[in-house]
Each structure stands twice: as structure tokens, then as C-alpha cells.
Design a protein around this ligand. Structure first.
Ligand code: AMO
Length: 433
């Protein structure tokens, strides 16, 4: 979309949606919406040269698409930034049915399911439309950080022959009469890249989870921002890269969209200071108990649950004035076999932002014998033989993490659920459109 201010007095051609058509006695107005921006088109009915256009606008329905050629005029009476387009030609490129299935201006006029059924209309609402403008900038800046630091982008298969990671929570597909699965994470392949000699790799791609959980933060298909890199000394190195990555992303988002985010979502984008606070799980339990009287349920001991995550952020804010906090020291029973362990403690972390986990990261076990023992302990066998082989012929120490970008965007914009944040949401009860 052209910059109106820079083109005052110039002849331009703009295409977009006729958001609102008003036909008054002497004048016609169209609010033209293009990529979320708006300009008023003003047509004086009395002028002979406008005769054909007046006829077109007489029959124009809201949300039809038009292509307008005209001159941009500064007019302080116009509400929309004091700018209007005086048209010389209007072409209708498609005609909208007069009744829309849902409102564009009031997103709360329909329930979330009806909105998702009509997502292509729902996204025309400014709040929804701009989610992906902001997300694009966030992901662009994080990618840029990786390019600048010599990460290699890989594209790993999402159709896999053996269930990855744990064997549970995967979708099974019929692959020419044989069983195949949808990848729940690129975990094994990003480590394969390290074994192949790439020092630093990343992938931004879909991940599939057959979890029947109807929460605000689980989807059955989401986009995972994954990276892995070699020659680390500990998982602390991984945490540091994640700090830098998020600072790069949030700095860019604040610069480009800080004002818009404040206006549309009522959220102040905070660029976090480094280092982010860190706490061991056992100390966290103690703090949450002392401060908020919270007792972790027996079945979650060694791990976190939704309630713990919420309180952990409250604690991080109260004690450190920080939106982020790393939690370490999870129990080996609750972590995958491929996390390196030291004194039996997995060398990994979760990162919590605004009450929700956004990342799991770790140093990986790269020593074949130890890895095999840990896999055996978790009851994993033949399925992961191909993976264990990566560590037989030389593989440097390495680590990495997976960051869910749908959650990231939800938390950034303070939206209540992934249903709102994802371009098209996929959950246990939602496989269309
Ligand atoms: P994990 O299973 O914790 O770790 O996933 C990493 C991140 O992905 C996001 N995420 C989800 N987002 C939406 N819906 C879901 N159902 C969902 N599940 C996970 C979260 C989460 O923090 N292989 C490891 C990562 C690694 O160690 O590199 C893994 O997949 O933001």
C-alpha cells in the first residue's frame, strides 16, 4: 500500500475492499481498505465527469473489491488522517454478497467457533489482521539473528516411519498400506544435522501432537521454531542464545509495531534485559509454597503444570520485575531420554513467559553408550535405532530448543487462546476449514 502522505497531489491507483459505501444526496463516500490501511474516496455527484462512477457506486455492496485511480488530496475535514482520494476511474473487480456471515468491525458479535468457520472474513478485522503482520516481524527478526550468526536452515520430513521422541501423542497415517506418523518435533533430524557436521541449524515448520487437550495453549498442529548447535559446554549456552534470539525479535517488534500493539491490543512490548532470571524447580516449589501457599500435586512432582507456570511468572515479576524466567532441574522421569544428565538431573530447561511455557531446551546426550542406557530405561528400542546411530561415528556435544511461535504470538499480544492467534487453528474438535 502506498504512503498517502508522501503522494499528496499525485495520481495513484489503489486496489482494496470497499469497506463502507455511503450514498448521500450530493456526495458518495467509500472507505477503501487495503492491507489494513484505509482511505476515503469522495465522489461529488453533481460533477458531469463523475456520472459513470456514481452509477457504479449506486450498485456497490460493502466488501466488494475495487480498483481506483485518482488523485490524493489533503482535506482536514476527512477523519481518516485528513486524506482522501478523488477518483477518476473506479473498476469493480469482484462483487460481495450484501450480507456478511459475521461482522468485521465487532469481532465479539459472533462466538469463536462461528468466527473460525468464517476465518477469511474474521481476519479482515483489524485486531485479527495485524496478528500476522506482527508475527511476521517477530519471526523475521529471529531468523535474521540466526542468519547473522551462521545458522543453516534445514527442512526435515513431517512424514516419518517411526514415532519420534516418545512413541506417544503422534498421529498415525496410512502410508501405502504401511504405518507412518506425523512428526511431533524435528528433534532427531536437527541432531542428525549436527552429526553430519553442521555446527548450527534451525527449522521453522509444523509440528503435530495427537494430544486430546482442549486448553487455550494446545493445538494439534502448530509451528515450531527449532534450533540446535554444536560445541556447547552446557545448557547455559543454549539459554544464552535463546535470550539473544528473543531480544532480537522483541526489539524489532517494538520498533516496528510497538504503537500499533498498544493501540489494538493494549499491550506494552517489553524488550527483556539479560540475563533472564533462572530458578531450579525445587527452589521454585519452595518459593511458590511460601509466597502463594501453592503445593504441587503429587503426579506433577518433578515437572510443572499450568498453575505452576502462572505462579512462576507472578514470582518472576514480583522478585525480578522480569516477564521471562528459566526453570531448570526437572526430574529425569519427566524429561525425554535424549537430555544429557548430570548427577541424574536432566541438563535442560523450560522458558516461561507471561504465565505459559514457550520453550523446552537442553544439552543433548551425545555419548552413544549413555544414550543407549537412557533410552533403554524409558523402554525405547528398535524405533529409535536410526537415531542412536547418529552418535556412533563422531558427534560433537550439542544442544538446542524448540519454541512454539503460535504461543509466542498469543502471549505477545495478550490474546486469550491459540484459537485467536493461529491463522487456522487445529484442535481435537477442529479440522476445518
Ligand atoms: P516441547 O514438546 O516442549 O519440546 O515443545 C516445544 C515448544 O513447542 C510449543 N508446543 C505447542 N504449541 C502449541 N500446541 C501444542 N500442542 C504444543 N506443544 C508444544 C511450546 C513448547 O514449549 N523436542 C523438544 C524441543 C527441544 O528440546 O529442542 C520439544 O518438542 O511452545
Amino acid at each position: 500500500m502506498i504512503n498517502f502522505k508522501e503522494n499528496i497531489g499525485k495520481k495513484v491507483t489503489i486496489s482494496g475492499f470497499a469497506e463502507k459505501v455511503r450514498n448521500l444526496q450530493w456526495v458518495q463516500f467509500i472507505v477503501l481498505r487495503c492491507e489494513g490501511k484505509r482511505i476515503q474516496i469522495t465522489i461529488e455527484k453533481s460533477e458531469e465527469k463523475n456520472k459513470d462512477m456514481v452509477e457504479i457506486v449506486n450498485n456497490l455492496t460493502n466488501e466488494s473489491t475495487i480498483c481506483v485511480t485518482g488523485v490524493i488530496n489533503e482535506n482536514e475535514k476527512v477523519k481518516m488522517g485528513g486524506m482522501e482520494l478523488i477518483p477518476e476511474e473506479i473498476k469493480v473487480t469482484s462483487t460481495s454478497y450484501p450480507e456478511l456471515p459475521i461482522s468485521i468491525t465487532d469481532k465479539n458479535a459472533a462466538n469463536i467457533d462461528t468466527r473460525m468457520d468464517n476465518r477469511f472474513i474474521d481476519l479482515r478485522n483489524d485486531v485479527n489482521f495485524n496478528i500476522f503482520k506482527v508475527q511476521t516481524e517477530f519471526v523475521r527478526a529471529m531468523r535474521q539473528y540466526l542468519y547473522d550468526n551462521d545458522f543453516t536452515e534445514i527442512h526435515t520430513p513431517k512424514l516419518i516411519g517411526a514415532a519420534s521422541e516418545s512413541g506417544s501423542e503422534v498421529f498415525e497415517v496410512n502410508y501405502f498400506g504401511n504405518k507412518a506418523y506425523l512428526a511431533q518435533s524435528p528433534q532427531f533430524y536437527k541432531q542428525m544435522a549436527i552429526a553430519a557436521g553442521y555446527e548450527k541449524v534451525f527449522e521453522v515448520a509444523p509440528a503435530f501432537r495427537a494430544e486430546n487437550s482442549n486448553t487455550n495453549r494446545h493445538a494439534t498442529e502448530f509451528t515450531s521454531f527449532d534450533l540446535e548447535f554444536a560445541n556447547i559446554n552446557s545448557y547455559e549456552d543454549v539459554m544464552e542464545v535463546e535470550e539473544d534470539l528473543l531480544v532480537a525479535g522483541l526489539t524489532a517488534v517494538k520498533e516496528k509495531y510497538g504503537d500499533l500493539i498498544k493501540e489494538l491490543y493494549g499491550v506494552d512490548v517489553v524488550v527483556p534485559t539479560k540475563p533472564f532470571p533462572r530458578i531450579k524447580l525445587q527452589d521454585l516449589y519452595k518459593e511458590l509454597n511460601e509466597r502463594y501457599g501453592y503445593e504441587i500435586p503429587d503426579h506433577d512432582i518433578g515437572d510443572m503444570n499450568a498453575e505452576t507456570e502462572k505462579l512462576t511468572s507472578k514470582y518472576a515479576m514480583e522478585v525480578y520485575g522480569h516477564e521471562f524466567i528459566f526453570v531448570t532441574g526437572f526430574s529425569k522421569a519427566k524429561r525425554p531420554f535424549y537430555h544429557m544428565r548430570k548427577d541424574d538431573v536432566p541438563q535442560g530447561y523450560d522458558l516461561i513467559w507471561k504465565g505459559t511455557e514457550i520453550t523446552t531446551g537442553a544439552q543433548r546426550e551425545h555419548r552413544y553408550d549413555v544414550l543407549e542406557a537412557q533410552a533403554k530405561e524409558k523402554g525405547l528400542g528398535e524405533d529409535i535405532k536410526f537415531y542412536k546411530d547418529f552418535f556412533k561415528y563422531g558427534c560433537p556435544p550439542h544442544g538446542g530448543f524448540g519454541l512454539g511461535i503460535d504461543r509466542l504470538t498469543m502471549l505477545l499480544l495478550g490474546l486469550p487462546s491459540l484459537k485467536e492467534t493461529m491463522f487456522i487453528f487445529r484442535g481435537p474438535n477442529r479440522i476445518n476449514p
